[in-house]
Design a protein around this ligand. Structure first.
Ligand SMILES: [Zn+2]
Ligand SMILES: [Zn+2]
Length: 166
């Protein structure tokens, strides 16, 4: 969505409401295309006492395979989109401000970037997902497999240690 920032920069107290959708269905994540439904963006761009800020929330669903058992699961997510906009950089090293060069500003790349940066490291179908048997590949959430359980207590202790570090 293109926002005309010129009037917002020029008029203190002026704001524009945001309520629209972005199609991110072409976005790939770990080999999957998780954005099956549009991303909803709601919030506003406002000039408060001369400072122009974007304050919005992107809400969306991610359809991702579980990192342990590969079962495809839908996750309801939201990402805060919060930036202070400036027309020129007074201090080149300041990352807190987003410098706008074109006052007909396209918000979508910013929203996409914020969402992709907020992606979790892994997706689980549930917090206590048992995963797949490393030997036979059976989904252990559906019940135990017929493989012999690991009997070496040292290996078992190591496994639990690795599990806890995940
Ligand atoms: Zn799972
Ligand atoms: Zn097994």
């Amino acid at each position: 969505m293109i926002i005309d920032l010129e009037s917002i920069f020029n008029v203190e107290g002026l704001s524009a409401d945001l309520d629209y959708e972005i199609d991110m269905s072409g976005e790939e994540l770990d080999g999957a295309f998780p954005f099956k439904t549009p991303v909803r963006v709601r919030g506003r761009v406002a000039n408060t006492t001369g400072i122009v800020e974007i304050n919005a929330e992107a809400s969306y669903e991610l359809t991702m395979p579980c990192s342990r058992c590969a079962q495809e699961t839908v996750h309801k997510m939201s990402t805060e989109i919060y930036h202070t906009l400036v027309r020129q950089v007074e201090n080149e090293n300041n990352d807190d401000f987003l410098t706008v060069t074109d006052l007909r500003y396209d918000l979508d790349p910013l929203v996409r970037e914020d969402i992709l940066l907020s992606m979790p490291y892994k997706f689980l179908c549930s917090d206590d997902c048992k995963g797949l048997c490393p030997k036979c590949g059976k989904n252990l959430n559906e019940g135990p497999c017929s493989c012999k359980p690991e009997t070496d207590p040292r290996l078992e202790a190591l496994r639990q240690l690795l599990d806890n570090n995940e």
